[in-house]
Design a protein around this ligand. Structure first.
Ligand SMILES: Nc1ncnc2c1ncn2[C@@H]1O[C@H](COP(=O)(O)OP(=O)(O)OP(=O)(O)O)[C@@H](O)[C@H]1O
Length: 272
């Protein structure tokens, strides 16, 4: 899963996740596709770190690499100081697609299955109590014995989030988890995710191509240029709200990111 122990890792001040100069190239039958180009960033404990960029800039590719599914062509991904070489229960991925649950298992059985197979629990009893705890957190206690096909898209995503958090990963990886939802449900799910974060302060890496969503969900935002993805800027979006109180700050940051993505020419990494 991870290579040998790194004695230089100090949990008090080291990042949980370090992505260093990561370039990822796909080899197709007749050509290479460079998805990301020398991307670097650090994610610290309890960050809500967002990768933001237009379609095709390599956000999903980066997330899959962090998940251990795609090795970088160049550069390194390190989790708690150890090089990521394959998937592991310390990094749980939540996808956009609604079919990420096992359709032949109930909501509660889906969470129990992950807990036992991911090695988090040894007994069904222990897994059941953790599953019920997290299903309650996502307000799905009443639907614990339902099968996935009887749930709405938003409810299925809540199960996937409960399952992810129940695993207590070092970092929760979310790839446009709300993109396929209707606009109202999407806003509601963003708020619910923030409420959950307030309770447990889990470390989150969240991919989106929506500027609004990045500002609402993120405490830090990495803006990536169009294909191939390079770091355009890293921004602090801590304490931004979409309510009236923060409206002018919110729209100033929104406009700034919009310009970076669609107006300005690529520049070196800019701090904020
Ligand atoms: N398996 C693959 N084989 C070849 N090229 C690929 C593969 N997967 C992705 N790509 C290419 O890599 C680039 C980055 O794709 P990726 O899906 O990571 O971007 P993205 O930013 O997540 O896009 P979106 O927001 O549309 O999901 C694109 O040019 C894409 O066509």
């Amino acid at each position: 899963m991870l290579d040998s122990f790194n004695p230089s890792y100090n949990p008090a001040c080291s990042p949980i996740l370090r992505v260093e100069n990561v370039t990822i190239r796909y080899q197709t039958d007749d050509h290479h596709v460079t998805a990301t180009d020398r991307v670097s960033f650090d994610v610290f404990e309890s960050d809500r770190f967002v990768l933001l960029g237009p379609s095709g800039c390599g956000k999903s590719t980066l997330l899959k690499s962090i998940g251990g599914y795609i090795p970088p062509t160049a550069g390194d991904v390190r989790l708690k100081g150890k090089k990521v070489t394959e998937p592991g229960p310390d990094r749980v991925l939540v996808f956009q697609e609604f079919d990420q649950l096992l359709p032949w298992k109930t909501v509660r059985q889906n969470v129990i299955f992950a807990l036992i197979n991911g090695g988090r629990c040894k007994t069904e009893k222990e897994a059941d109590s953790i599953a019920l705890h997290y299903l309650d957190k996502v307000k799905l206690s009443k639907f614990k014995d339902n099968y996935p096909h009887t749930l709405s898209g938003g409810m299925k995503q809540r199960v996937a989030i409960a399952r992810g958090l129940a695993m207590k990963p070092s970092i929760l990886l979310m790839d446009e988890p709300f993109a396929a939802l209707d606009a109202l449900t999407r806003l509601q799910m963003q708020d619910e995710l923030l409420e959950l974060w307030e309770e447990t302060k889990f470390t989150l890496l969240f991919v989106t191509h929506s500027i609004e969503e990045a500002i609402v969900v993120g405490s830090r935002i990495l803006v990536l240029s169009p294909h191939p993805g390079q770091v355009r800027a890293e921004l602090n979006s801590h304490k931004m709200t979409r309510g009236e109180a923060g409206a002018s700050e919110f729209s100033a940051l929104h406009d700034r990111i919009y310009e970076m993505l669609f107006v300005e020419k690529p520049t070196a990494r800019a701090g904020a």
